[in-house]
Design a protein around this ligand. Structure first.
Ligand SMILES: Nc1ncnc2c1ncn2[C@@H]1O[C@H](COP(=O)(O)OP(=O)(O)OP(=O)(O)O)[C@@H](O)[C@H]1O
Ligand SMILES: [Mg+2]
Length: 320
């Protein structure tokens, strides 16, 4: 029973009606989530990534109980989210980067007081959690400010605090760093890292910023068209996406593309050429061959870019 999140063959089908004429309407099915199974043990921080429309937010909405699955089995902290939504609310925290849960016209602090009452948080616990969030998320000067006057980064930190005042076991973050500047992103990441380490809060993180994943998650799940394409270590993504490293060579002069076994020239700019080769292969024989056959001045090896790996994966088929 240490798995806090359990999904077995979960599906979500939306029926959308489209107007095709003055009176005609066409019914169409959108399979937003198409048979997903995974488990997340207590204390894990997992990245949930995929292109636009992949089904990430729909999955999170089912995990909070906002949406009911069309098929499959789903449990969070042992509860059925849509049937036991009120009970579950005590155990989970949610942050939707695109939409605030704070009261727009009220000072930030008032939203926290409302959460205090709504979740029936014991006074001492509330104080302690609020103080901690205020300190670590830099909220002291913002508590009296109406939410609508907060900047995006301030509002996001405010939202994260609101999601944590009742000590949830599970935290869902749907794009918590969207639109934030580099410094705000770093602050949010550091906070999440500490939260996960100190409180063992289980975190499911959706993001389009792969740096979030690289800095926070050992495990990553990739979803596309409602299906799980990859579930494993971040490091393994490179292999799964058949990732490539790049050898950049500077030759003495402009030459036709370099011929070398196991590598192909992907770009030429004057005397500089870029050669892609499998990330799993050693660069040594390639370098030796080029040094011997060409007038080599300088070279460097570039590691695979996780973004490129995932892009390649998105237009592929399931990888396991
Ligand atoms: N309420 C709804 N009614 C009809 N279709 C929906 C609804 N919600 C989502 N969809 C569709 O389901 C699919 C998955 O949407 P979802 O919001 O889960 O994607 P996402 O992975 O979160 O994308 P993004 O990265 O853009 O946030 C999309 O095709 C979307 O249009
Ligand atoms: Mg989304």
């Amino acid at each position: 029973m240490s798995d806090l999140i359990e999904l077995d063959g979960v599906e979500k089908v939306f029926e959308v009606r489209r107007k095709t004429g003055r009176l005609r309407r066409e019914k169409r099915e959108v399979r937003a989530v198409d048979g997903i199974s995974f488990r997340v043990p207590r204390g894990e921080m997992v990245g949930y990534i995929g292109p636009n429309g992949a089904g990430k937010s729909t999955t999170i909405k089912m995990l909070t109980g906002i949406l009911t699955p069309s098929a499959g089995r789903l449990r969070v902290a042992g509860l059925d989210p849509s049937r036991e939504r009120t009970k579950l609310a005590q155990r989970i925290g949610v942050v939707f980067g695109q939409r605030t849960t704070l009261w727009w016209d009220l000072p930030l602090y008032d939203s926290y007081k409302l959460a205090h009452r709504m979740y029936r948080i014991p006074d001492a616990r509330f104080r302690e959690n609020l103080d901690r969030c205020v300190e670590l998320l830099d909220l002291a000067s913002l508590l009296d400010v109406p939410v609508r006057q907060l900047s995006l980064g301030q509002r996001m930190r405010g939202d994260i605090a609101a999601a944590l005042l009742h000590d949830p076991d599970v935290l869902y973050l749907d794009e918590p760093t969207i639109g934030l500047d580099v410094i705000s992103k770093a602050k949010v990441r550091q906070f999440l890292r500490d939260l996960n380490a100190e409180r063992a809060t289980t975190i499911l993180l959706t993001t389009h910023d792969l740096t979030d994943i690289e800095q926070l998650c050992k495990r990553v799940m990739v979803i596309d068209h409602g299906r799980l394409m990859y579930d494993g270590a971040l490091a393994g993504l490179h292999e799964a996406g058949e990732s490539e490293r790049t050898l950049v060579v500077d030759l003495e002069r402009e030459l036709p593309p370099v011929q070398a076994e196991g590598a192909r020239v992907v770009k030429v700019e004057g005397p500089r050429q870029w050669l892609a080769f499998p990330a799993s292969a050693s660069a040594a024989p390639l370098v030796a061959h080029i040094a011997q056959a060409y007038p080599l001045v300088d070279l460097s090896v570039r590691e695979p870019d996780i973004e490129a790996v995932i892009a390649r994966m998105y237009d592929g088929r399931p990888l396991y």
